[in-house]
Design a binder for this molecule. Structure first.
Ligand code: AMP
Ligand code: ZN
Ligand code: FE
Ligand code: FE
Length: 283
């Protein structure tokens, strides 16, 4: 492990495989000091995470989310930190997205049947549990059905954006996601920027509507990519963030929490940005 900060972690509240309690225990065991729990379109794991963290007073949890804001043919995710996640309107919107994810996953399962790769819908629901249903749950059902050895292989031909079984779902676009996170006092952060088709244009456009940070220290990036992104973050005056994007899906080489993380100063910069993002109470 090289970092004691990890600002990108998933739980069973979306497509991670650990309960929030298990994730917190793992983070503490790995010696992490500051983490953000960032489930896709859900903050449902946070209450349990805070409860579990009472056992580990040295571990700080930043409330977070990862909004999936894909646009046709492009995978764009916006993270939000320090948001007032209990805001009712915000939760109503997230709940709508989660409902949309169920219908969309059902359509993808239908498509797979037509493609000669049937999976049982009940198994997809089983993998999703009470969490936000995502493509990794379909991928797990495909692995279980024997089509692939590990979940990530299911994305190449079938589940990836534009893949044979891909189907879109209701969501905000990246600009709306940045705006929504700010509306609830959060700090908007561009996740894994290189996944975008035109990264620099994306950064410039989102900066105009209030993007405050971008991931630089992302565990799947090599040193050159990290250096390049660190330069871009400086150029656009964005706080450099990062983490492992840990899911625990069982893919080969999946980085553990704390594999890579941002410098210590990032937390103070994010706190300052969060304080400015709350014009009403100045907190
Ligand atoms: P969804 O929330 O249903 O759109 O699924 C998004 C999640 O699927 C991402 O957070 C990743 O965990 C996973 N994912 C998306 N694209 C790929 C890919 N090409 N290879 C492996 N996993 C992927
Ligand atoms: Zn995910
Ligand atoms: Fe993501
Ligand atoms: Fe993620």
């Amino acid at each position: 492990m090289t970092a004691n900060i990890d600002l990108h972690l998933h739980t069973l509240a979306s497509d991670g495989r650990l309960t929030p309690t298990e994730l917190i225990r793992l983070a503490a065991k790995l010696g992490l000091k500051t983490i953000a729990v960032t489930d896709h379109d859900s903050t449902e794991g946070l209450a349990e995470a805070y409860e579990a963290a009472k056992e580990f007073p040295e571990l700080r949890i930043i409330p977070g989310i990862e909004m999936s804001a894909d646009i046709p043919g492009d995978e764009v995710h916006v993270l939000g930190y320090f948001l007032d996640y209990q805001d009712e309107q915000f939760q109503a919107t997230l709940s709508e997205f989660r409902t949309g994810r169920v219908g969309r996953a059902q359509i993808m399962v239908e498509k797979l049947k037509g493609l000669g790769k049937p999976v049982d819908w009940e198994r997809v629901l089983h993998f999703a549990g009470d969490g936000s249903v995502g493509r990794p749950h379909i991928a797990l059902a495909m692995v279980e059905a024997g089509y692939f050895k590990e979940p990530k292989e299911a994305f190449d031909e079938y589940l990836g954006n534009g893949g044979l079984a891909y189907y879109d779902r209701p969501k905000l676009n990246p600009i709306e996601s940045v705006e929504m996170i700010q509306r609830v006092g959060g700090v908007p952060v561009l996740a894994h920027p290189t996944f975008m088709n035109d990264m620099e244009a994306g950064i410039a456009n989102l900066k105009k509507v209030g993007l405050k940070a971008m991931e630089v220290y992302y565990a799947q990036y090599d040193d050159d990519t990290v250096r390049h992104l660190a330069r871009l973050a400086k150029e656009y005056d964005l706080i450099p963030c990062g983490g492992s994007d840990y899911h625990g899906l069982g893919n080969t080489g999946e980085p553990l929490p704390g594999t890579l993380g941002p410098p210590q100063d990032t937390i103070r910069l994010l706190e300052n940005a969060a304080a400015k993002s709350r014009p009403c109470n100045g907190k």
